[in-house]
Design a protein around this ligand. Sequence first.
Ligand code: FES
Length: 336
Amino acid sequence: MSATVAGAPVAATASPASPAKLQLQLRAITCLADDICSFEFVDPEHKSLPQFTAGAHIDVHLPDGAIRQYSLCNDPTETHRYVVAVLRDPNGRGGSVAMHDALRAGMLVTVSAPRNHFELSDDATRYLFIGGGIGITPLMSMIAEVRARGQDFHLVYCTRSPQRTAFLRELQPLIASGHVTLHHDHGDPTQGVDLAALLRDVTPGTHVYYCGPNGFLDAIDRAVQHWPKGTTHCERFSAPAGEAIDTSADTAFEVELKRSQKTFTVPPGQSIVHVMQAHGMDIDVSCEEGYCGTCMTRYLEGEPIHRDSVLDEEDREEFVMICCSRAKSKKLVLDI
Ligand code: FES
């Protein structure tokens, strides 16, 4: 199977939910703040790129073979470029360091077509955005879209200091108009914004969108417990903290790959992806912990045990993350 959307065709992998891949040129790398750069990708032949919606991300295929997801931060009406912003984190899994250290302007880079697990709800009449550090990135595209629609919003943007605040210049007019509140904690967690107070009152019609480091998101999760179901929306860069999954009762099951006409047994302690890879299949994976969405796959029969933190109840009727999820039924049939 191969896919060509813009630029050169790139071989696609086995997962039917994998987005098409594009070979794009890294047009510019721009410093936005301390340790934060933006990366602007364009089609090498100046063709239009597949359109994206606010909150979407792309997978970037790094020179060492790693795949990392970064939220698009530019205006979704732009079809000539994709822009992501990345914090260089030497304590991360290596993707952000490779983005900063291995990529150079002018290089051709494989990226996926955009996907969106963090979409703006059409039910909202007002949006409350809360960004922690580099978690601002999807919120920037959301703000562009909400402003274009003429809808009401407010952004609470929490960073350590002005020097570590990306998009400060772009946001100045919105700070002046009262649409954005900046909060710096200067590296002291006790000086963080009072999230419980911010989220105490539920305003009918308001939807809350939040993104940032795990501790920040966990605190917001606690503060929005009393908000109505479906009005709070979170995107994470890593697996949520919480109780470890009990795998002691895991049992073997069969996975049938309908279109490939193959059936494998997935024993306890191994993932569907591991078993497929062991049989020579090429599967795109990144986090392997169920939070990035790279391995999302449609299933046709069977009952999954979902162990991801991306899919909502509706998505779970159709898709499964094959890096971490298992099956309750004896057999799980995948659309691969
Ligand atoms: S590889 Fe990230 S969700 Fe499966």
